[in-house]
Design a binder for this molecule. Structure first.
Ligand code: AP5
Length: 253
């Protein structure tokens, strides 16, 4: 599917109502109109939507993914969640990943790439479309999926100033039953579930600083792989405002 966010604008640039066609211009204008309609239809896309969401630790990827999935029904594939599940299950991949995650370093491609490829290679992801969260985080990871013909329609990049991110990390709380993401200050959880909430082991200030520095070292190379499809989003706004912009982008894909 080709990516173009200007589908409505392209449709809107067709002949205004009341344009008069004469014998000489009519065929040419009709042909032009037809090609615009074809272009707009291709741009709007009829197949499943394929979205990558990226950003620094705690920039709000997971939070926005909850909302995107509710509206668009895409299959959410979070590299971090896949890895945490593997660690919890004690699989060989999880055992290999654990130390890297504990430090806030990138897990080797030999572990992550297969995991993500397998998650993308499911009937549900192919039929409903997918929302890839936290992958790729390096040029080599981008190349690995491109080699399989896996390309996003859009690459969303959430931008949040570093000084905000540490506060978001250390205040994050997770509901293991529903998967909901809270924050002690920004999105306080309901009182009746507070006791069951968990804190990620890498959500300390020290580890978050390393995760942030790993992000800064790699982000440019990854963005460069999708430069024709990148949409940068100011993530330093309310959750609803950030989502409104994302929703508009995905809607017009
Ligand atoms: P991963 O789990 O992907 O962690 P991350 O990238 O560090 O991102 P986070 O999950 O911390 O944050 P988020 O952006 O989802 O923010 P959230 O919505 O929760 O990866 C963990 C580790 O796994 C990595 O360090 C690495 O070791 C490994 N790994 C993962 N992918 C890998 C890969 N591809 N290759 C190699 N290794 C990989 O929000 C955070 C907090 O902010 C919450 O409390 C939330 O309530 C709050 N918040 C959200 N939005 C707002 C807002 N608008 N205003 C105020 N607060 C907000």
């Amino acid at each position: 599917m080709s990516f173009a966010l200007s589908a409505p604008a392209a449709i809107g640039t067709q002949f205004p109502c009341g344009t008069k066609l004469n014998a000489r211009s009519a065929p040419r204008q009709a042909a032009r109109q037809k090609s615009r309609v074809v272009l707009a239809t291709a741009a709007a896309g009829t197949g499943p939507k394929r979205v990558i969401i990226a950003g620094a630790p705690a920039s709000g990827k997971g939070t926005q993914c909850e909302l995107i999935v509710q509206k668009f029904g895409l299959v959410h594939i979070s590299a971090g969640d896949l890895l945490r599940a593997a660690v919890k299950e004690g699989t060989p991949a999880g055992l290999e990943a654990k130390d890297f995650m504990d430090r806030g370093d990138l897990v080797p491609d030999s572990v992550v790439v297969t995991m993500v490829k397998d998650a993308l290679d499911t009937p549900a992801a192919k039929e409903k479309g997918w929302l890839l969260d936290g992958y790729p985080r390096s040029a080599s990871q981008a190349d690995a999926i491109a080699a399989e013909g896996i390309e996003p329609d859009v690459f969303l990049l959430l931008n949040v100033p570093d000084e905000m991110l540490i506060e978001r990390v250390v205040g994050r709380r997770l509901d293991p039953e529903t998967g909901a993401i809270y924050h002690v200050k920004f999105f306080p959880p309901p009182a009746d579930i507070v006791d069951r909430l968990t804190i990620r082991s890498d959500d300390t200030e020290e580890k978050a600083k390393n995760r942030l520095s790993v992000h800064h070292s790699n982000v440019e190379a990854v963005v460069g792989k999708y430069s024709d499809r990148v949409r940068e989003i100011n993530g330093d706004r309310s959750k609803a405002d950030v989502y409104a912009e994302i929703e508009g982008i995905i809607d017009t894909m």
